[in-house]
Design a protein around this ligand. Structure first.
Ligand code: P6P
Length: 353
C-alpha cells in the first residue's frame, strides 16, 4: 500500500499560499501579506459568531441604523468591531472606510501604508433566516506620506488603484476569495483545523451564462434599456436567481456564469450598492477572472469616487452578458438622446413616362 495514501496531503493553507505569492512581488516587504492574514483572522472569528448566532443572543436587530439609514443587525456591529480591531492590531492599515461608520476610521497606525474599504457583513438581514451572507473588502496603498493620519485622498481612490480585493462568503461552507492583481483564488475554511485551504485555484468566470440576478420587484422603475435587457434574459429562458445577498449571488455567478444587476430605481436613484466597498472590490475580482463590471455605461473601476459611501448602478458578471446589458442601455440612450431625423420631404411624384 502506498503509504502516502495513508496520510493524504491536506493541501495548501492560505498562509503558505500568501508567502509563495509574496515571492511574485520581489520588492514585497510582507506588509500586504500580513494585512491579508489579519483579514482572514477576523473572518474566522466572524464565521464562528455567525454559526452560533441562533444559539447566543447576537441575532436580530441591534436597534440602531447605519449611515445608510438601514437597520443594523447585532452581527453587523459585531463584524465591524472584529474587522476594525484586527486591522488596527495588525498595524498595516492607517485608515478604514466601513459601511457601518459614517466617518473614516483612523486606526492610529500612522506608519501604515494601506487603506481598507470594507462592508463587514453584507446581506445581514438574511442572518436570521440562514441565508448566506458575506464580507467584502478593498485594499489601497495610501497616497499621503506616512507618519500622519490617512486622508480623504487616501480613501477616495478609483478602483483601478486597488492593490488587493476580496470577499468572504459565510455559506454552506465558508470561503475566502481574493485577488492581488494576479488572478483570483478561493480558499475553503476547514473548521476542525481552523485554516483556510486552497480549494479554487485560478478562478476564471465563464464568458457567458444563463443566470440573471436582479430584484424584479423594482421593475416598474427600470429604465427602458434595463427592462429590455431583463426581457432579453427571459426570451433566452435564462434562470432568475436572486437571493438578496450580493456576495452569494455574485459568487454563484462567478463560478457558473451569469450577471448580477442593481440598476437605478425609483427608491435608489443611483442604485443601492456602494462603490468603495461593494462594487469596486467585486469588479477587481471579476475582471481578474475574465468578467466585466460597469455602471451600465462606464467601467466600475474607473469611476472617480466623490464621497466614501457613494452608490452606483452595478452590472457585473460574465463579459458577454454585461456587454449585452450595456448594448440595451446604449440603444435606450440613443432613443432618449437621439433627436429624430426630420421627416424626409416627400419626393414629387414623377409622372410615369
Ligand atoms: P434589495 C443587501 O442589503 C444588499 O446590499 C445586497 O447584498 C443585495 O444584493 C441587495 O442589497 C438586496 O437589495 O433592494 O433587492 O432588497
Amino acid at each position: 500500500m502506498d503509504h502516502n495514501k495513508l496520510a493524504l496531503p491536506v493541501g495548501t493553507t492560505l498562509d503558505r499560499f500568501i508567502m509563495r505569492k509574496q515571492e511574485d512581488f520581489p520588492y514585497a516587504t510582507g506588509e500586504l501579506s500580513q494585512l491579508l492574514r489579519d483579514i482572514a483572522l477576523a473572518a474566522k472569528i466572524v464565521n464562528r459568531e455567525i454559526n452560533r448566532s441562533g444559539l447566543i443572543d447576537i441575532a436580530g436587530a441591534y436597534g440602531s441604523q447605519n449611515v445608510q439609514g438601514e437597520d443594523q443587525q447585532k452581527l453587523d456591529v459585531i463584524a465591524n468591531i472584529r474587522f476594525i480591531r484586527a486591522l488596527r492590531n495588525g498595524g498595516e492599515v492607517c485608515t478604514i472606510i466601513s459601511e457601518e461608520d459614517d466617518e473614516m476610521i483612523q486606526t492610529g497606525n500612522n506608519q501604515g501604508k494601506y487603506v481598507v474599504a470594507i462592508d463587514p457583513l453584507d446581506g445581514s438581514s438574511n442572518i436570521d433566516v440562514n441565508v448566506s451572507i458575506g464580507t467584502i473588502f478593498s485594499i489601497y496603498r495610501r497616497v499621503s506620506p506616512t507618519g500622519r493620519e490617512g486622508t480623504a485622498a487616501d480613501c477616495l481612490q478609483p478602483g483601478t488603484h486597488q492593490v488587493a480585493a476580496g470577499y468572504v462568503i459565510y455559506g454552506s461552507s465558508t470561503m475566502l476569495v481574493y485577488t492581488t492583481g494576479n488572478g483570483v483564488n478561493g480558499f475553503t475554511y476547514e473548521h476542525s483545523l481552523g485554516e483556510f485551504f486552497l480549494s479554487h485555484p485560478d478562478i476564471i468566470t465563464p464568458k457567458t451564462g444563463a443566470i440573471y440576478s436582479i430584484n424584479e420587484g423594482s421593475s416598474d422603475s427600470f429604465s427602458p434599456g434595463v427592462a429590455a435587457f431583463v426581457q432579453h434574459c427571459k426570451d433566452q429562458q435564462f434562470s432568475a436567481r436572486y437571493i438578496g445577498s450580493l456576495v452569494a449571488d455574485f459568487h454563484r455567478n462567478l463560478l457558473k456564469g451569469g450577471i448580477y444587476v442593481y440598476p437605478a430605481t425609483a427608491k435608489n436613484k443611483s442604485g443601492k450598492l456602494r462603490l468603495m466597498y461593494e462594487c469596486n472590490p467585486l469588479a477587481f475580482i471579476v475582471e481578474q477572472a475574465g468578467g466585466k463590471s460597469s455602471n451600465g455605461t462606464r467601467r466600475t473601476m474607473e469611476i472617480e469616487p466623490q464621497i466614501p459611501h457613494e452608490r452606483c448602478p452595478f452590472f457585473i458578471g460574465s463579459k458577454e452578458l454585461v456587454e449585452k446589458a450595456e448594448s440595451f442601455i446604449a440603444n435606450d440612450k440613443e432613443a432618449c438622446d437621439h433627436t429624430p431625423a426630420p421627416e424626409p420631404t416627400p419626393k414629387k411624384a414623377v409622372a410615369a413616362k
